[in-house]
Design a protein around this ligand. Structure first.
Ligand SMILES: NC(=O)c1ccc[n+]([C@@H]2O[C@H](COP(=O)([O-])OP(=O)(O)OC[C@H]3O[C@@H](n4cnc5c(N)ncnc54)[C@H](O)[C@@H]3O)[C@@H](O)[C@H]2O)c1
Length: 325
């Protein structure tokens, strides 16, 4: 068994999942907690240091090349990468689609690109995707998501959409792209002796998770649809402790044969199929996603559903759930 050495990087380290994951990864090596600002990072750093961790903070905006390159250099100075937990991200309500895609997918690619040279035998990288990555997308969209660092990537995606490039669309595309990146990169990372996976959380009780609830009737329906019931876990059934335990396992040598895949941690929501069939809805986008019409292959991989469609989908969700109780 190969036991890796070097630094443990947690991006989004001041966030709900990031802080919990960092605590679970203390035993793996010296921690670098990266996030947007010192004020939010510092209390987490203090807390971890009090728990006995060797921990430093790094102000790192994943949309900025210079920040991410500096993070890579720091990892190199600490002797390489033992583990990466990449949680930095925005949710649909937080920004427009272009910004969400830039942070959640281009940012992920940038971080992986900067840290790959420091990966070696025993390294594990875990990128946080989402169940949104399982949305029903037109097949021709997938390859478009595979080169996020290419010049003009965001413009190219924007040009292919005929629906408003809102936060939800950006989020679905980004999380699908993260899943695909972790599958694809398992080859090159594997040649270095390293592993890479994505995880797809369901409804997890963090600030971000609660924010998404405030404006989304469908989230309430999805909570009801989640097969694993947890009385007392409110408002959302999943917790950051669930996520931290999974990431710690995936970074451990016990998981040394797991790479190039996505692992759902959603209380069974996607697997159960207890949500309306994909041709009628996209649970997070609340839109119907269609292949372009014949003769219009270059545009319109996403087709906006009408308000009537959306209302019908919500109604179907409710009927399905009502019948289920
Ligand atoms: N909470 C949920 O229900 C849920 C479900 C599925 C997936 N996720 C994903 O889990 C991850 C973590 O989410 P969370 O619930 O802990 O949210 P959170 O908002 O608590 O944490 C996200 C962190 O990312 C940081 N961040 C945002 N933009 C950044 C940037 N440009 N550069 C660096 N850092 C940046 C934020 O400052 C924040 O600390 C996200 O990628 C999110 O999409 C969350």
């Amino acid at each position: 068994m190969v036991v890796g050495t070097g630094a443990v990087v947690v991006t989004g380290g001041a966030g709900g999942m990031g802080a919990a994951i960092a605590r679970a990864l203390i035993v793996f090596g010296p921690l670098i907690l990266a996030d947007l600002d010192t004020d939010r990072l510092e209390p987490v750093r203090r807390d971890l240091a009090d728990a006995g961790a060797s921990v430093e903070i790094a102000v790192c905006d994943v949309t900025k090349d210079a920040d991410v390159v500096a993070l890579g250099e720091r990892v190199g100075a600490l002797g390489g990468l033992r583990a990466l937990a990449h949680t930095a991200g925005l949710s649909p309500q937080m920004a427009d689609g272009r910004t969400v895609l830039d942070v959640d997918l281009v940012g992920t690619a940038r971080v992986l690109d900067a840290l790959a040279p420091h990966a070696g035998p025993g390294t594990a990288a875990v990128c946080v995707g989402s169940i949104a990555g399982y949305a029903d997308l037109a097949p021709e969209l997938d390859p478009l998501l595979d080169d996020p660092l290419a010049g003009g990537f965001l413009d190219e995606v924007a040009a292919r959409l005929t629906v408003p490039f809102d936060g939800t669309i950006g989020y679905v595309l980004a999380k699908r792209g993260v899943m695909r990146a972790c599958e694809r990169l398992s080859g090159p990372w594997g040649r270095q002796g390293a592993r890479i996976v994505s995880i797809a959380p369901g409804l997890i009780d963090t600030e971000m998770g609660r924010l998404e609830m405030t404006d989304s009737e469908i989230v309430t329906a999805l909570i009801k649809a989640t097969p694993i019931k947890r009385p007392g876990h409110t408002p959302l059934p999943g917790s950051v402790r669930d996520i931290a335990a999974l990431v710690a396992f995936l970074c451990s040598d016990t998981a040394s044969f797991i790479s190039g895949c996505d692992i759902r941690i959603d209380g069974g929501l996607i697997g159960s199929g207890r949500i309306p069939p994909p041709e009628h809805h996209n649970p997070l986008a609340q839109r119907r996603l269609e292949a372009p019409a014949e003769g219009n292959k270059t545009r319109s991989p996403l087709t906006k559903s009408s308000v009537a469609d959306r209302d019908r989908n919500l109604l179907q969700t409710r009927r399905l759930l009502d019948g289920d109780e």
